[in-house]
Each structure stands twice: as structure tokens, then as C-alpha cells.
Ligand binder design. Sequence first.
Ligand code: SF4
Ligand code: SF4
Length: 156
Amino acid sequence: MTFTCRQCGSCCMYLGDYIIIDHQIGPFEFVCESVSTGTQFTAHIDEDKREIFCDRTFPEEHPHACRFLRPEGNLLRCTIHIDSPAQCKFYRCVIMRISDPVGNHRGSVTGTLNLHSEDTVLRTIWESAEKNIPESLPDVEERRKVYLTEHGYRVN
Ligand code: SF4
Ligand code: SF4
């Protein structure tokens, strides 16, 4: 499935301790560190997000959120989209959406291959997939999609 980020911002809400600003080097430029990878990077606030970045209400009210996250309408937006670290750019919160044969949503799978579902039958099938398709195999994501499809679920 093609992942489309809905810009809900929930994955960035508690990353304030992981994407940190070391020091400011210009009006909209910061030397930062990605703590989980131990890498430094320079972040320029995207030109079209400078206005929302200057409003400090959100970071003051949400001290654990990434310092670059800001609300815009109904969205929560990354204000350094161009310079954000690779792990942010490639993050996918959901890699599979699972439904029954008539299209009722039954669960979803995160980028860490964890199933979120109340469907006990689906959970059992997923557990058997975990045993039968180890993560070390190539194309494990695709193999699990096929496995679920063979057990009557739709995956997209
Ligand atoms: S990756 Fe997922 S959780 Fe993060 S902002 Fe996009 S839709 Fe929301
Ligand atoms: S840099 Fe952007 S994408 Fe990464 S955690 Fe911060 S707001 Fe989210």
C-alpha cells in the first residue's frame, strides 16, 4: 500500500527529547541533534511555515512535543519538512489496513509490524503468521499480506 501521512502529528508529540535543538545560528536556522542516531543536522524552518513556527503557544503547552511541531488548521505540521532527519521522513505509522471480505475495518499494522485489532480471530491468524514468517525473511511485509489474504482478509 502507498502510505500517505495524514499530518496528524501524533508520532511527533513525544519526540521533544529525541529531536533536540543544540543552538540557533540564524533567524530560522538551528543546529540540532537526533538523539536516537547521535547525528547532528542543520534545520532551516521551511519558508512557508515560518509564520506558524513563530507562534510559541503550542510548544509551551506541549513541552514533550518535538520543538518543530506546530498546528495549522486541523493539522499538526513539521516545520522542517525539508531538513527533517531521515528517520522522520521514512517513518510510516501504518503499513497495512486490514478489513474483512465485505470491507469492514478489522485492524491495522504499524511500521514496527505490530497488529492493533480487537478481532480475536485476526489476532490469532497474525500470531500464526509471526511464527510461520520470521522477520528475518526477505519481503516479510509482503509475505504477511499474502498470508492474511489467504485467510480471507483484505489488506491495503
Ligand atoms: S506518520 Fe502517522 S502518526 Fe505520524 S503524522 Fe503521519 S499519519 Fe500521523
Ligand atoms: S522533525 Fe518534524 S517529523 Fe521529525 S519529530 Fe519533529 S516535527 Fe516530527
